[in-house]
Design a protein around this ligand. Structure first.
Ligand code: MN
Length: 700
């Protein structure tokens, strides 16, 4: 713990005019007030505010801020009162301590009205004087550094979560990347201990192999720059486990694929030198496209300036390089606090100019109608790469930016995601690929069947949704193939007039080098084995002298037959729902059943498989057409619809309500039809139904 004179000396070192007496009185007051209280670490409680003040001296902050650091927990945790603080240390320090205390209260509260009220006060205090936030962040940093002393895992996790969700983004917002990194790293270790341990172990292993790679590369860069007459300070480091973790999450990437685990920083004297250094680096090592960012010509909203690039260094390792001036560097580490140090005596007005997002927060204060709204709005304004949306009941969900209703559904519950068929945003039906924005209220329309659409994978933004869709599609494909293969095998056995017992299957499986019956069925369904090969394996000699048969009954999922395919080849009908009479084409991809599409199917545009000329065979049972029917939203409308379908022998296989508003609803109906002519008759009949507004055939 810093002793009284040490602390004062530290402040004096960067600010000779600092009010020594103020600091001394604060030190003594806080020590007496906290008395014999102890921290979880067993240290006297008093060590905490002093360490916080110490962190603030690293930021070279003024005497009032340091005093606030020393006093920040006295009102909350001791018998000291606001009046006392005001009287003994002046209005300015009093206000700062009050502001920090307000935020501590928010943390402890669950009641949203009081929480909102305290947040309002905190935001006001902060916008009047941003030093409140600096003290609060230093407070949180010290608490995170000593988090491991807390025995209750629940409590540790709660604090870590809050740090990750609120304080790290706030640090980022005011450009204090040094704080942000450390806060995130400490919180990550607590929240994802396994992830942290895995990455740390992996980094250690990489280090083992290459000796001191980081130092070697850094001095290499320095040398290359020096040869071109640029005097630069070059430092390198491994990226922190948390930033590696985030990259892996964001790009769904394996650690092995992440080659850029090292980052280097080049510090030079002035801006022009930054660009010269950039030229030298790009001239020496090839740049990785898409990774170059110039925050000097276009600074971030929080004021951050630097050039970022990634180059392909020797041994094919990607390295990230940041180039900036020393002044920019100091500002990047200390953010707003750096401005403070340079402009001693500045006030809130200065901060507001430098940090336009503070204006956003202030507007939030004025715009919010209710405490809840204030709370939510303030949170919204603090996070930029997230969207916050609500359930119809008003529960808040935090999603990655670019999220869609599907991401929302999966965030609420995986069941909801799996059964999602449509969505309303702010009361209006929207396409599922709609990007959500802050404040949207999202309602998911669900069906009874759990059938995530494979196409979702193309637009979902969250890792959770993507993983769920993939899993489902894989599972479904497997199930379908298995079922189809089972039928193929059974019908083959029927033709060969054998039963599929161990005595026939066992030797056949070993001839085909397959493990079990399931593997055989899958191989047949996936077109990896022909009927002839399987026949031969089941009954050796059975195919001798035989010509391949043209056609076999009921091979596909629907009992339609297709001409132009070799006997026994597995096929399925595409999602464009071709029916006999449509012009069709077969698409063959290695290892998959042939898929039959209508010739005008949109998915054919970027089809890479082999195109086969096919036509409809004699058997047409079970071809399924899909209709979109818009119906007046009135009692009995659905009944008149189904009656018309029944009158025309159209068997309804599936019916899903897609969109519904006050006047209309859209139903998606799958019906079994004989052929195109049959379908045309049905559509004409449906259009005669009074409740029906429109009928269209759906493709894909
Ligand atoms: Mn504290």
């Amino acid at each position: 713990m810093l002793r009284q004179y040490e602390l004062v000396e530290r402040v004096k070192a960067y600010d000779p005019d600092a009010d020594e007496d103020l600091l001394n009185r604060a030190y003594v007051f806080s020590m007496k007030a906290h008395g014999s209280q102890l921290r979880a670490s067993g240290d006297p409680y008093f060590s905490h505010p002093i360490e916080v003040a110490g962190i603030l001296t690293d930021l070279k902050l003024d005497d009032e801020t340091i005093a606030t650091g020393i006093l920040h927990d006295t009102i909350e945790d001791t018998v000291a009162t606001q009046d006392e603080i005001d009287r003994l240390f002046g209005k300015s320090v009093g206000r700062l301590v009050d502001g920090v205390t307000k935020l501590s209260k928010i943390e402890a509260q669950t009641d949203s009205e009081r929480q909102a009220e305290n947040l309002r006060k905190f935001l006001l205090a902060m916008s009047n004087d941003i030093r409140v936030l600096l003290v609060k962040l230093a407070d949180r940093l010290h608490n995170m550094r000593t988090l491991h002393f807390i025995k209750s895992e629940d409590k540790r996790r709660r604090i870590a979560r809050e740090t990750m969700d609120i304080y790290a983004p706030l640090a980022e917002r005011i450009g204090m990347y040094g704080f942000m990194d450390e806060l995130q790293e400490l919180a990550f270790r607590e929240l994802e201990p396994d992830g942290h341990a895995t990455i740390a172990a992996r980094l250690a292993k990489l280090r083992e192999g290459g000796g001191d790679t980081v130092a070697r590369i850094a001095s290499g860069i320095k040398l290359v720059l020096a040869q071109k007459g640029i005097e630069a300070e070059v430092t390198g480091r491994e990226k922190r486990p948390y930033s590696i973790w985030r990259k892996m999450q964001g790009r769904a990437m394996a650690f092995e694929a992440l080659s850029d685990v090292m980052a280097f920083r080049i510090l030079v004297d002035d801006e022009a030198e930054c660009y010269r250094a950039l030229g030298v680096v790009h001239g020496r090592w090839p740049m990785v496209p898409g990774r170059f960012k110039d925050f000097i010509s276009t600074p971030k909203r929080n004021g951050y300036k630097s050039i970022h690039t990634t180059v392909l260094h020797n041994e094919n390792a990607r390295i990230e390089v940041q180039i900036r001036t020393r002044r920019m560097h100091e500002e990047a580490e200390f953010g707003l606090a750096a401005h403070w140090a340079y402009k001693q005596g500045g006030d809130g007005a200065m901060a507001r100019e430098a940090y336009p997002w503070l204006e956003d927060l202030l507007e939030v204060l004025h715009d919010a109608a209710t405490p809840e709204e204030l709370l939510e709005n303030a949170r919204l304004a603090m996070f930029q790469d997230q969207v916050f949306v609500f359930t119809p009941k008003g529960a808040l969900h935090q999603l990655p930016r670019e999220s869609t209703p599907v991401d929302f559904a999966y965030a609420v519950h995986s069941d909801l995601g799996d059964s999602c068929v449509g969505a309303k945003v702010n009361g209006r039906v929207v396409p599922l690929r709609t990007r959500l924005v802050n404040g949207d209220q999202v309602e998911i329309l669900r069906s009874k069947v759990k059938a995530p659409d494979p196409a979702w994978e193309g637009f979902v933004a969250s890792a959770k949704a993507r993983a769920a869709v993939r899993r489902h599609v894989r599972h479904k494909n497997l199930q379908e193939s298995q079922a189809m293969g089972g039928k193929l095998l059974d019908s083959l056995a029927l033709r060969l007039k054998i039963s599929l017992g161990d005595e026939t299957l066992g030797p056949a499986l070993s001839r085909l080098k397959l493990g079990d019956r399931q593997a055989l069925e899958l191989a047949m369904a996936r077109n990896q084995l022909t009927d002839a090969q399987v026949s031969e394996a089941l009954v050796p000699g059975s195919t001798a002298g035989q010509k391949p048969r043209r056609k076999r009954g009921k091979p596909g999922p629907a009992a339609v037959s297709i001409h132009g395919l070799t006997a026994g080849v597995a096929f399925e009908l595409g999602t464009c729902h071709p029916i006999p009479g449509d012009r069709i084409v077969g698409i063959r991809r290695p290892g998959e059943p042939i898929v039959v599409h209508t010739i005008d199917c949109a998915s054919l545009a970027d089809e890479t498989g082999e195109w086969l000329e096919v036509s409809w065979g004699a058997e047409t049972d079970g071809a399924i057409a899909r209709l979109a029917v818009v119906v007046h939203n009135q009692p009995g409308s659905l009944a008149s619809l189904t009656a018309a379908l029944a009158a025309h022998n159209a068997n309804i296989v599936n019916l899903a309500l897609k969109h519904r508003d006050r006047e209309f609803h859209t139903d998606v109906i799958d019906i079994e039809v004989e052929d195109l002519k049959h379908l045309t008759t049905i559509i004409a009949a449906l259009r005669q139904v009074k409740a029906v507004v429109s009928v269209e055939r759906m493709r894909g």
